[in-house]
Design a binder for this molecule. Structure first.
Ligand code: EPU
Length: 470
């Protein structure tokens, strides 16, 4: 403490004086990097666990719908207004992409964003935001659909294993586009887009979205078979239909799209976040609390509700909320992730965390991604008994309790799982890399505090960070 308060300012002052005198910009940049690494400011969550959550939590707009809606505004020929947009970093990046391409983007008030895409002057997506986010791939479909051309750096996103876009490209090709990789980016182009039959080899959310985007203004009819049925697919179809598109069958595995020439402006509200809701449901159960999760569509939560009930958790559904409470010991169960309406892969880490403190042996099978168990090593630090079989199945032996520990979020949902573990554990849990969590959860610390949780977001100097290698 003494070091940072007294010594550091003097040292920084001298260093800054020397830095100002330097001419070489590259050296300056290097110094800034070194400086920010050595006194880097980290945000962490500190959670003192063991408090049952109680009260009501309001769920925000769905991340995976909103990122697609923002990209879809490009297809519109007039301004649009999006409502119930969550304040999360993935949305900030999507909006920065739009701004970077020339669109007018204005925050009207909390969660309400005005977007005028008419001033977009390029079909090239800025590199910086694209490479950190999976949703940047949606700009391939929307730019292609609108301008018949798109240049999008390879999409990033959570590291959950291999995440190719072959099915996206298959859809674009079916509509008449060509594609190549140029300077590390996907470049797609078409003289004209013509409706066609698209059959996906397996169910994919991203490729279904992109097929819709590319087809919505194509000539004639497109039929997408083996389409994803997630609520966010339906939301995007509803949004485009509210602009005058002709999309039928979204929410089933066959989507039919008749291309239209013009899409008019609209005002549209994003659906509530099914995964954020599910995360609070599991947090309520893991802390043996009693929580009303409000502003939800209970139908979207059915697979999560069913599994919670199997574990002995009470779930009561109302029109726009669910109440979750626990009055007996948690029971083990089996979970297998599946495309919607199956159990969502985005709830797998959180649910596995709950099962670490349920009696008996549980089995969790991950069917969507080939590397979504990286959080297991972190849960083991807290006393969880989990083994992984063949990279795909987690065998979880329930333990009596978890113990607080310093842990690191390895991706968005893994981070949410560690928050749940910290809330349920005895003692103090310190979570690093919380920027992952902020990608998809709006003000999670504040929402949990209102439920009585002892969670604090602290900015700390990274004076003891450890470089990992090997
Ligand atoms: N896949 C391919 N080729 C493709 C497309 C997908 O092999 O062309 C594979 C993927 O590698 C994966 C599986 O198919 O193994 C399913 O991928 P999908 O396309 O359905 O997923 P995505 O579009 O990349 C979205 C969400 C994910 C969510 C999945 C599954 C967004 C921005 N991302 O990803 O969300 O897990 O659908 O529901 O919508 C999250 O929110 O934490 C998250 C990772």
């Amino acid at each position: 403490m003494y070091f940072y308060r007294f010594f550091l300012p003097a040292q920084v002052g001298t260093a800054y004086f020397r830095y100002k005198k330097l001419q070489d910009t590259a050296v300056k940049t290097y110094i800034v990097r070194c400086f920010s690494r050595s006194v880097i400011i980290l945000e962490k969550f500190f959670i003192r666990g063991g408090i049952p959550l109680k009260g009501t939590v309001y769920v925000s707009g769905a991340k995976n719908a909103a990122v697609a809606l923002v990209a879809a505004t490009i297809l519109c020929d007039e301004p649009c207004t999006l409502e119930n947009v969550p304040a999360i970093s993935d949305i900030t990046k999507c909006l920065d992409i739009l701004r970077g391409m020339g669109a007018v983007v204005r925050m009207e008030r909390d969660g309400v964003i005005f977007i005028d895409p008419r001033s977009i002057s390029t079909t090239e997506v800025p590199y910086k935001q694209a490479v950190t986010m999976r949703a940047s791939s949606y700009f391939l479909g929307t730019l292609l659909g609108k301008f018949h051309e798109a240049f999008v750096p390879m999409p990033g996103g959570c590291d959950l294993g291999d995440r190719p876009i072959d099915q996206h490209l298959k859809a674009f090709r079916a509509l008449g586009a060509s594609d190549e990789v140029v300077r590390g980016a996907n470049y797609v182009k078409a003289d004209k887009l013509v409706g066609n039959q698209i059959y996906f080899d397996f169910v994919t959310v991203g490729a279904t979205m992109n097929a819709i985007f590319a087809a919505v203004k194509a000539k004639g009819q497109t039929i997408i078979e083996n389409a994803a049925k997630e609520p966010h697919i339906v939301d995007v179809a509803n949004f485009l239909n509210s602009m005058g598109a002709d999309i039928r069958g979204a929410g089933t595995d066959v989507i039919k799209i008749r291309g239209v020439d013009y899409l008019h402006g609209t005002t549209y509200a994003t659906i509530p976040d099914q995964i954020e809701a599910g995360t609070y449901m599991v947090a309520a159960a893991a802390t043996k609390g009693d929580v009303v999760i409000a502003n939800v569509i209970p139908k979207h939560l059915e697979s999560i509700t069913a599994k919670l009930r199997k574990c002995g958790v009470n779930v009561e559904e109302s029109d726009e909320s669910v109440r979750v409470w626990v009055d007996k010991p948690l029971l083990n169960t089996t979970v297998k992730t599946q495309p919607h309406p199956g159990f969502p892969t985005d709830m797998q880490p959180q649910f596995s965390t709950l099962l670490t403190i349920a009696s008996g042996t549980s089995r969790v099978t991950e069917e969507i991604f080939n590397n979504r168990f990286r959080y297991v090593a972190e849960l083991r630090k807290m006393g969880a008994d989990i083994s992984i079989e063949g990279g795909k199945v987690a065998i979880i032996e329930g333990v009596d309790h978890l113990s607080g520990a310093p842990v690191q979020a390895t991706d968005l949902r893994a981070g949410a799982a560690l928050v749940i573990a910290g809330l349920a554990a005895d003692g103090l849990t310190e979570i690093e890399n919380i920027h992952y969590i902020q990608r998809g959860y709006e003000r999670i610390d504040e929402k949990l505090q209102r439920l009585g949780a002892d969670i604090t977001r602290l900015t700390v100097p990274d004076n003891d960070s450890v470089e990992m290698s090997g």
